[in-house]
Design a protein around this ligand. Structure first.
Ligand code: CS2
Ligand code: MG
Length: 406
């Protein structure tokens, strides 16, 4: 059995999804997602120029050897661009394998450990009342867990982008390559947010799982103070309290608070998180199959995490396409140490038309389809309607102009 060809598509509804389609000589194809948010053309070029010419002729069943070939063979290893490209190949090979076996990918991993996987959605507000409405609408739709982000009085722009456009389903605004500037003021945030979180808890009661994403904005000592201040809220997790590169920062937060910590959406490999996991400085690992080398590599991270009571909370913002979300869905129902799944992309008509799937969220739980492989398809005629449009993440500056972390 051999790979006969592979093609890369860039584009999608409200988002530049990077889709890899691998074809074989037995008529089975596999799909992978290489969407690197706001840098989509780069993994597409890596795939087209370097990876695809090497794949042709390889045996698609040998996904482990192909992964090692791509990773070790690159010499300049890791990094988001390469790992997104390898992630797409790996997902497509698992898709092919599942289709050949007539089994959903979760069965190849070891089968379902649960009936469904709890998901969380994004509630955001231009002010606290607006946020309360957004939380309420999630609760009405059956969500048991909600990430809450709120604009801070006096701080222009913060937390608003994900509230804009399509009820927060897409974060690319196709505003061009030049970044917009958002303001950040740690003092205002620290004075406002703990009280806001406490009010949300008071309004919605003890059962709702409340998550909050600091998005790398605080210094270690500030993050420790913040974590202590929000402790009475009983958060499900506090995400990215500090920039992810400084892993000692998590130790400082840990020394001062028992708030569950989640990190890892910007990690690309097990080498970015093995120490954090082994030292038990985090509670949830947020890697994504797209950014961290596909199912093969993420499964290694999940198994390491399980040894240290670290649960999964895979990244699922619309940075990824429904193909990556399907890969996560299979990992979620299998992983013994599953925690929660961020869930935003599926369910919009345009997205469902491009990526037809039976995976569904009902009552806040992700129900994984029994279809062989990843259980998601890609409609090439639909894809022809879309083309790449440039967009960019914003940059963040302090009041005096100093550049800060987005
Ligand atoms: C966020 C993301 O989902 C999250 O937790 O941190 O929305 C993040 O901003 C984007 O994925 C960046 O591309
Ligand atoms: Mg995040």
């Amino acid at each position: 059995m051999r790979i006969t060809g592979a093609r890369v598509f860039v584009g999608g509804p409200g988002k530049n999804y990077v889709t890899l389609k691998i074809e074989t000589d037995v008529g089975v194809h596999g799909l992978g997602d290489a969407t690197l948010n706001n840098r989509e053309t780069l993994p597409a070029a890596y795939l087209r120029d370097y990876v695809v010419p090497n794949l042709v002729g390889m045996d698609p069943r040998r996904s482990e050897d192909i992964w090692q070939f791509l990773y070790r063979g690159a010499y300049f290893r890791r990094g988001p661009v390469a790992m997104a490209a390898f992630g797409a190949v790996d997902m497509a090979l698992w898709d092919i394998k599942g289709k050949l076996a007539g089994m959903p990918v979760c069965d190849l991993l070891g089968g379902r450990s649960r009936e469904g996987a709890m998901v969380y959605g994004h509630a955001a507000g231009a002010d606290l009342e607006d946020l309360m409405d957004s939380v309420a609408s999630h609760v009405e739709r059956g969500y048991r867990a909600v990430r809450v982000q709120c604009a801070v009085p006096g701080m222009a722009g913060y937390a608003v982008p994900e509230a804009r456009g399509g009820a927060g389903d897409f974060i690319t605004d196709f505003g061009g390559i030049r970044s917009k500037v958002e303001a950040w003021d740690t003092g205002r945030y620290m004075r406002f947010m703990p009280g806001a979180l406490a009010e949300i808890r008071a309004r919605f009661g003890p059962e709702l799982h409340i998550l909050h994403d600091v998005h790398h904005r605080l210094l270690p000592r500030e993050a420790a103070e913040f974590a202590r201040a929000v402790e009475p809220v009983g958060l499900f997790w506090l995400e990215d309290p500090t920039p992810a590169e400084d892993q000692d920062a998590l130790r400082i937060i840990r020394q001062h608070s028992t708030v569950p910590l989640a990190i890892g959406e910007v990690f690309n490999s097990i080498w970015d998180c093995n120490r954090l996991i082994e030292r038990e400085q985090i509670d949830f690992i947020r890697v994504a199959a797209t950014y961290a080398g596909g199912i093969t590599h993420v499964r290694r991270i999940v198994d390491l995490a399980a040894l240290h009571h670290v649960r999964t909370g895979f990244h699922g913002a619309p940075s990824h396409s429904p193909i990556c979300m399907a890969a996560h869905a299979h990992l979620d129902v299998w992983a013994p140490n599953f925690g929660i799944q961020e869930w935003l992309v599926l369910g919009t008509p345009a997205c469902d038309a491009l990526f037809p799937t039976e995976h569904r969220v009902e009552d806040g739980m992700l129900r994984v389809s029994d279809a062989p492989g990843l259980g998601v398809e890609f409609d090439e005629r639909e894809a022809a309607r879309y083309e790449y449009r440039p967009g960019s993440h914003p940059v963040v500056r302090l009041g005096d102009g100093t550049l800060w972390n987005y």
